[in-house]
Design a protein around this ligand. Structure first.
Ligand code: 5GP
Length: 187
C-alpha cells in the first residue's frame, strides 16, 4: 500500500474542518498538514497546531525559495502549503491537506498522485447557517465567503471525487473508503 496525499476542499462552513479532524482521529496513519498563513491567530488557535503563523516578509521569502507546494491569498492574507513539511510527512504517513480549490488544483500540477476530494454542502443555506453559528466572522465577511461558494463548487468537475456532507458520519466513512481504495491502487 502506498502513502497518499489527500486534498480536502470545499466552501467555508461546509464542515471540512470537522471532517478533517475526525479523519485524523480515526486513522492513525493519516496526518494533517499544517499550512503557513499571514493572518492573525483566532482565539484558541496555537502556532504550529492550526497554522504556522508567519509575517508577510517571511512568507515572501519562502515563495522566493520555492518553499510552497501552492499558495494563495484570501481576504488580504496569504496561505500556503509548506513543501518540505508535506514531503517529509509523506515518507511515513498519508497526509491530508485542507486547502481551497485553486490550491488543490495547483498541488495536483506539481504532485500528480494527489487525490482531490471536494466536500459539498447539501444546500447553500446550510453553509450560511453554519458560518453564523460558528460566530468567528462578521456578517460582511460571511457574505464575501458566500459569494465564493458558487465559484468553488463549479470547480468540483476538476476534482477526483465529490462527497456531500449531509450526515457527518456518512461523509467521513465515504472519504475513508476513497482513501483506502486509493492506497491500494498500484501507481
Ligand atoms: P481560515 O482563515 O478560515 O482558517 O481559512 C481561510 C481559507 O484559507 C479557507 O478556505 C482555507 O481552506 C484556506 N486555506 C487554509 N490553508 C491554506 C493553504 O495552505 N493554501 C490555500 N491555498 N488555502 C488555504
Amino acid at each position: 500500500m502506498r502513502n497518499v496525499l489527500i486534498v480536502l476542499s470545499g466552501p467555508s462552513g461546509v464542515g471540512k474542518g470537522t471532517i478533517a479532524k475526525l479523519l485524523v482521529e480515526r486513522n492513525k496513519n493519516l496526518s494533517l498538514s499544517i499550512s503557513c498563513t499571514t493572518r492573525n491567530p483566532r482565539d484558541g488557535e496555537v502556532d504550529g497546531r492550526e497554522y504556522f503563523f508567519i509575517t508577510k516578509d517571511e512568507f515572501r521569502k519562502k515563495i522566493e525559495n520555492d518553499g510552497f507546494l501552492e499558495y494563495s491569498d484570501h481576504f488580504e492574507n496569504f496561505y500556503g502549503t509548506p513543501k518540505d513539511f508535506v514531503l517529509a510527512k509523506l515518507k511515513n504517513n498519508d497526509v491530508l491537506l485542507e486547502i481551497d480549490v485553486n490550491g488543490g488544483l495547483e498541488v495536483k500540477k506539481s504532485y500528480k498522485d494527489a487525490v482531490l476530494i471536494m466536500v459539498a454542502p447539501p444546500s447553500i443555506e446550510e453553509v450560511r447557517n453554519r458560518l453564523i453559528k460558528r460566530n468567528t466572522e462578521t456578517l460582511e465577511k460571511i457574505n464575501l465567503r458566500m459569494e465564493r461558494i458558487g465559484y468553488e463548487l463549479e470547480k468540483s468537475d476538476l476534482y477526483d471525487y465529490t462527497v456531500v456532507n449531509d450526515k457527518l458520519d456518512e461523509a467521513v466513512e465515504n472519504i475513508e473508503k476513497i482513501i483506502n481504495q486509493e492506497k491500494n491502487k498500484c501507481k
